[in-house]
Design a protein around this ligand. Structure first.
Ligand SMILES: Nc1nc2c(c(=O)[nH]1)N[C@H]1C(S)=C(S)[C@@H](COP(=O)(O)OP(=O)(O)OC[C@H]3O[C@@H](n4cnc5c(=O)[nH]c(N)nc54)[C@H](O)[C@@H]3O)O[C@H]1N2
Ligand SMILES: Nc1nc2c(c(=O)[nH]1)N[C@H]1C(S)=C(S)[C@@H](COP(=O)(O)OP(=O)(O)OC[C@H]3O[C@@H](n4cnc5c(=O)[nH]c(N)nc54)[C@H](O)[C@@H]3O)O[C@H]1N2
Ligand SMILES: [Mo]
Length: 759
């Protein structure tokens, strides 16, 4: 018998060490930190690889989706985040068949996420048979045969699920969705469902495109940049170069966040010697310590000031927007008391800042997870768009909206068809160009996938990612995965989704971004789309860590070819596509607009911009043909007496569920992750003390979820707000606690009570 495995991250014995939060991001410590991560992995290979990051002939940085300047992509552009991601992939450690035979899945499940990641790269395809305690090596052909057999034996194709994480290239992602749709399902949940789905839903309705409207160069032309719910110092460090350049060109920066994140205070460019010597550039001119989920009310307040001072752009509004009068009524009917109550910011501060903001002639608003992971996220984002429309800040130089995407190709994956709700245009283009019978019925997102898995015996296939740890409600997600007939993880490194599995499980190891991808037709390049809609090439240059790895595209084709005979279908030329990626790109060009001459444009330095009609020519593909003011009542999540509102955030030493180390340098935390950031007054009022061990209980629709033994840490955070790190805290987030319309787990709004742990 396999026996029960541990689904949750293990507890920690000792409290962390605390120092004062830092006031300057990057600089020498940033360089040293990336260096030390490289040393502990594989220094020479990391340095060689860093010289290739984001160069015209190099590979796309796996760190994040922030773009590079159009004119100097050949500069040595990397940051601590990227350096760590590269070093982590280039590790010399190998989770080879010996490793898997030394450790049972149960033993591995008792280890920390940090330990699991340190074991290194997976070298061979591995299988876990029913009732077996260990993974054993399997041939690729046998692995493909197991998958094809399980898929072909499903009575209903909609009991298969094809998950995607956002690092997958356009080419692999396109083939992946083709495999799912050729098989007959739109069950294509992806990490976007947990990430920027709210932005996509809100923006599509408001401005007719689910993406941002700025180019990087707009940052140099803006006079005001507002950064909301984002921690760029840790998660998008290259954005700090853009912000510091913008400051030098005269822009003001406002940061809106319950926490004073270090990157938003001061920044020293790690690759500019003069910056390293000086005090660095001051980034935020103003910081607003908004309450968690108070942003919608805050923006309503700013809009109210703009309207009351008649500082709106009436020409723009008349020509390009719809719904202004209704919005005007809504704003006039919102009183200041409500605004201050929901935002947690006092009226005078909002009015003072609103006055300054209303004078801006070119504003950019940036946001990330602090905005997208709440119940009212879609409404909040639409309020931000309303605010931008008032000033006419869309489609003009130096102005626009900028949802800052996470995974390095999450935006590209969606563009090329990773979408559980595909448009009918896309589906008919796919049908016409491939001859396949496309499924029309919408598929499941990540929350619906867990429910499907719990209720039926499904087959779950995962292109990258770590579904168990990334999803909300860890226990429910685990029971869903365990109910699957088969779970398949296409991965680079070990993670908890390899341990909490279906009855049978496969791990298929793939090439990483840094590695050379060769087929019978020679060396291949792939492509990705960054956060600002630039599609460019990426080509690894290192020898693969093992001879037994396959590229993601080869793995998709391998599954498909094995399935062909079992379901007697042969419409798609899988071999032709996977042996020469130009053929995949030709197919993408025929199916998706904006990709004409894909193969030649990709080979031009720096790649090409996809069309973006609001930005390019102020046209809006909405119901009215204009940008929509969408009105909503302002709302916010509030904790009741003796409760707290919890946000689950990233530390400086993690990449989503990959834990590089136990430090959160900028916030002054070292050697621990199981901590609750808490306001010092709340600590006192609740009779707690620093390092007190507490249990956290979440409350949702009468249900309780409890997580034991967290260390209390005093921190500068608004009263009644607390913060913990994910993935540890994901077990507290109820599966049904989701954002309206986007169905994104409310990872930043969890109602919690705190009690002292018993010994
Ligand atoms: N090094 C590193 N880089 C990464 C990642 C990583 O894990 N590590 N992940 C990548 C991915 S997939 C993504 S999506 C991005 C994530 O990038 P971020 O969105 O920056 O990541 P989070 O840590 O979730 O940070 C959320 C920020 O929002 C604030 N916040 C939380 N709730 C609220 C709120 O209600 N209102 C406001 N105004 N602020 C709030 C928090 O204090 C925190 O500063 O980063 C990408 N880049
Ligand atoms: N509570 C809470 N939960 C959250 C969030 C939050 O803020 N709070 N954030 C959410 C967000 S924004 C996101 S995007 C999701 C992330 O969800 P995922 O994308 O599913 O998770 P990751 O941790 O990025 O996936 C890491 C794994 O990807 C594999 N991998 C790495 N590189 C490659 C590669 O090149 N190819 C392949 N095939 N595999 C690779 C490795 O095996 C690694 O273990 O988590 C979400 N979950
Ligand atoms: Mo993300």
């Amino acid at each position: 018998m396999r026996g029960p495995v541990n689904e949750l991250t293990p507890l920690e014995k000792n409290p962390p060490k605390l120092t004062k939060p830092k006031s300057i991001a990057a600089g020498i410590p940033g360089v040293l930190a990336s260096f030390s991560h490289s040393v502990s992995n594989n220094l020479s290979s990391s340095i060689y690889n860093l010289s290739k990051v984001n160069r015209f002939q190099g590979f796309d940085c796996p760190g994040c989706a922030w773009p590079d300047p159009d004119d100097h992509r050949s500069r040595f552009e990397f940051c601590e985040n990227g350096a760590k991601a590269v070093a982590d992939e280039r590790t010399k450690n190998k989770a080879d068949p010996n490793f898997w035979s030394n450790w049972s899945v149960k033993e591995l499940s008792l280890k920390s996420d940090n330990w699991l990641n340190k074991q290194g790269r997976i070298t061979d395809p591995m299988v876990l048979m029913p009732d077996s305690m260990h993974y054993t090596k399997i041939s690729w052909d046998e692995a493909f045969d197991i998958i094809a057999t399980e898929l072909a034996s499903l009575k209903d194709v909609n009991k298969s699920i094809f998950y995607t994480s956002g690092r997958t290239s356009n080419e692999a992602a396109f083939l992946w969705q083709l495999l799912a749709r050729w098989f007959g399902t739109n069950n294509l949940p992806d990490c976007s469902n947990m990430c920027h789905e709210s932005s996509g839903v809100a923006l599509t309705e408001s401005i007719g495109i689910g993406k941002g409207t700025v180019k990087l160069d707009d940052f140099n032309k803006a006079d005001l940049i507002i950064v909301i719910g984002q921690n760029p110092g840790t998660n998008h460090p290259r954005m700090l170069s853009a912000l510091s350049d913008a400051k030098k060109s005269g822009a003001s920066v406002i940061s809106i966040n319950p926490l004073k994140e270090t990157g938003m205070i001061r920044f020293k460019h790690p690759q500019k010697p003069l910056d390293l010597l000086g005090k660095g550039v001051k980034i935020s001119d103003e910081h607003i310590s908004v309450n968690i989920n108070g942003d919608m009310a805050l923006f309503r307040g700013f809009s109210k000031v703009i309207i009351e001072s008649e500082n709106y752009d009436i020409d723009f509004i008349k020509k390009y927007t719809n719904g202004f009068n209704e919005y005007l009524d809504e704003v006039n009917n919102t009183d200041w008391e409500e605004i201050s109550f929901h935002s947690g910011v006092n009226t005078n501060d909002i009015k003072r800042l609103g006055e300054i903001i209303s004078k801006s002639t070119s504003t950019i608003v940036c946001w990330a997870m602090g905005i997208t992971q709440h119940k009212n996220s879609v409404a909040t984002i639409q309020e931000i768009v309303n605010f931008q429309l008032l000033g006419g800040h869309i489609g003009r130089p130096g102005a626009g909206i900028c949802p800052v995407r996470g995974h390095s190709n999450v935006q590209g994956d969606r563009t090329v068809g990773i979408n559980h709700k595909p448009s009918s245009n896309f589906l008919s283009a796919l049908a016409n160009n491939t001859g396949i019978d496309v499924p029309i019925e919408h598929g499941v997102d990540t929350v619906e996938a867990v429910k499907l898995m719990k209720n039926f015996n499904t087959v779950f296939l995962s292109m990258g990612g770590n579904f168990l740890s990334a999803m909300s409600d860890t226990k429910k997600t685990a029971s869903g995965l365990k109910n699957c007939n088969l779970t398949v993880q296409i991965s680079t490194k070990p993670n908890r989704s390899h341990l909490v599995t279906g009855k049978k499980a496969l791990i298929l190891p793939c090439l990483g971004r840094t590695e050379i991808d060769t087929t019978s037709q020679g060396r291949q390049i792939v492509s990705v789309e960054n956060s600002m809609g630039v599609v460019h090439s990426s080509q690894g240059s290192s020898k693969p860590i093992s001879d037994n790895l396959k590229s993601e595209t080869a793995i998709v084709a391998g599954i498909a070819l094995s399935l062909e005979s079992k379901i007697s279908r042969n419409e798609v030329q899988w071999r032709n596509l996977s042996e020469n990626y130009d053929n995949i790109r030709n197919l993408i060009s025929s199916c998706i607009s904006g990709f004409d001459n894909y193969n030649s444009k990709l080979r031009i330095k720096g790649g090409f911009y996809l069309p973006n009609s609001p930005r390019d020519n102020l046209t809006f593909n909405t119901k009215s043909g204009k940008a929509e003011f969408v009105k909503h009542n302002i709302s916010s999540k509030k904790a009741k007496l003796n409760q707290f509102l919890m946000m689950t955030i990233r530390s400086h030493d993690q990449y989503n569920t990959t834990i590089y180390g136990l430090n959160d340098r900028y916030r002054g935390i070292s050697n621990g992750r199981r901590i609750v950031f808490m306001n010092p007054d709340d600590i006192k009022d609740n009779n707690l003390k620093k390092f007190q061990l507490v249990d956290l209980t979440s409350h949702f629709q009468g249900e309780k979820r409890i997580s034991h033994k967290w260390f209390v840490i005093p921190y500068d955070i608004p009263k009644n707000n607390i913060a913990t790190y994910f993935p540890e805290s994901n077990s507290l987030i109820p599966l049904d606690s989701v954002a309206d319309r986007s169905n994104t787990p409310t990872s930043k709004s969890v109602i919690i009570t705190i009690s002292k742990s018993s010994d």
